[in-house]
Design a protein around this ligand. Structure first.
Ligand code: CA
Ligand code: CA
Length: 320
C-alpha cells in the first residue's frame, strides 16, 4: 500500500539523491506536501482540430449556429491518498457556456459511468458503497461545481480507490459539455479550474483533500485549455460578441474617414467583419445592413438567425 510522502520523508529523500522519486513533483510553497494535478482535455471521438497543447481551434464555419464540445477532467495523483477531489471549472466567456455535466454516479437510478474512482466488487461489477459525488452548474458565474469524495466512517477513513487499481488518470473523473455560441468573438477563450474566488468572496474553489497527518485540504496544480476561434463573425466589427448599433456606427465612421481621404481606421479583421455585402468596401450600405439586422435581433426572441444566415440564407456565393 502506498503511503503519502510526509515532509520529513521528503526531506530525507532530497538528501539521498539516489531517490527514484522526483523532488520536483513536490510543489513549493505547500510545506513540501505532494500535490496532485488536475487537468482537462477535449474528449476523443469529436471531429475537432486540436493543437499540440490540446487547445481547440474552431473555424467560424465549424461553429455555425452553435456547437457543443465535450471535455473531460482528469487527476494525476501518484500518491493515491485523495479522499476528496473537488474541481470547479469556469469559462470566463459568456459565449462559451458550461452547459452540462455528467455525474458518474447519477442519482436517478441509471447505471453509473466508469470513471477514475468507480468501485468494483470481487466480480468486477460496478458498485458504489463508499463514496459520493456532487454536481451542479452555477449558470450565473458559468462554473461547474463537482466533487467526488470518500465517505469516512468510524472504521474506514481510507482514500478513494481507483477503478480496478488503474492509474488515477486512466479514466476521467468528470465529463462535461460546453456550448459554443455563434457570436463568440474571435481570439482565445480559456476554460480553467477556479483556484481562487473570482465572482464572490466565499466562492468554492478547486481543492483536493488528502490523507496527510489525518486530512489536509490543498489546492492542486491545474491546467485547463484554450478555445481558439478563428475567423470573424460577420457584422461584429468591434468583436464584442454582439452585433448592434455600435458596429453600425463603426462602419459609418470608417466610411466617413475614407470619404474624406483618410485611412479607414479598421484592422483587416474589422474590415472583414464590416463588409457585409462583400463588395470590398465598408460603407453606409454595410452600416445600414448591420442596423437592419440589429433591429431584427431586437424584435425577435426565438430561432434568431446569424447575420450571415439572415442575409445569405442560401450560403455566401464567392464573388471572387
Ligand atoms: Ca459588436
Ligand atoms: Ca461593403
Amino acid at each position: 500500500m502506498k503511503k503519502v510522502m510526509c515532509a520529513a520523508l521528503a526531506a530525507i529523500l532530497s538528501l539521498t539523491s539516489a531517490s527514484a522519486m522526483s523532488v520536483s513533483s513536490f510543489a513549493e510553497g505547500n510545506d513540501d506536501i505532494y500535490v496532485p494535478r488536475l487537468y482537462m482535455k477535449i474528449a476523443d471521438g469529436q471531429d475537432l482540430t486540436l493543437d499540440e497543447d490540446g487547445n481547440i481551434i474552431l473555424s467560424r464555419s465549424e461553429i455555425g449556429n452553435g456547437i457543443t464540445v465535450k471535455a473531460e477532467v482528469y487527476i494525476e495523483d501518484t500518491s493515491l491518498t485523495c479522499w476528496s477531489v473537488a474541481p470547479k471549472i469556469k469559462s470566463a466567456s459568456q459565449y462559451i457556456s458550461m452547459a452540462k455535466g455528467y455525474d458518474p454516479l447519477p442519482k436517478d437510478g441509471s447505471p453509473y459511468l466508469v470513471y477514475a474512482y468507480a468501485e468494483t466488487n470481487e466480480n468486477g461489477d460496478l458498485i458504489c458503497n463508499n463514496h459520493s459525488t456532487e454536481l451542479s452548474i452555477d449558470t450565473a458565474y458559468n462554473v461547474i461545481n463537482y466533487s467526488v469524495y470518500k465517505q469516512r466512517t468510524m472504521t474506514d477513513s481510507s482514500p478513494l480507490k481507483t477503478y480496478k487499481n488503474s492509474a488515477s488518470n486512466e479514466y476521467p473523473i468528470l465529463t462535461f459539455d460546453m456550448e459554443i455560441s455563434p457570436n463568440t468573438p474571435y481570439g482565445e477563450h480559456s476554460v480553467y479550474f477556479l483556484t481562487e474566488p473570482e465572482d464572490e468572496p466565499d466562492q468554492r474553489c478547486t481543492t483536493v483533500a488528502m490523507r496527510v497527518n489525518g486530512s489536509t485540504v490543498l489546492t492542486p496544480e491545474t491546467s485547463g485549455f484554450n478555445i481558439k476561434v478563428d475567423g470573424v463573425n460577420l457584422g461584429d466589427i468591434n468583436n464584442d460578441g454582439k452585433i448592434d448599433a455600435s458596429d453600425s456606427a463603426e462602419a459609418l465612421v470608417s466610411y466617413a474617414k475614407v470619404s474624406t481621404g483618410n485611412d479607414d481606421g479598421l484592422t483587416d479583421l474589422q474590415f472583414e467583419a464590416g463588409d457585409i455585402d462583400f463588395n470590398g468596401k465598408v460603407d453606409a450600405s454595410d452600416s445600414a445592413s448591420i442596423l437592419v439586422y440589429y433591429s431584427y435581433v431586437s424584435t425577435n426572441t426565438e430561432n434568431i438567425l446569424s447575420l450571415r444566415d439572415y442575409y445569405y440564407p442560401d450560403g455566401i456565393v464567392s464573388n471572387g
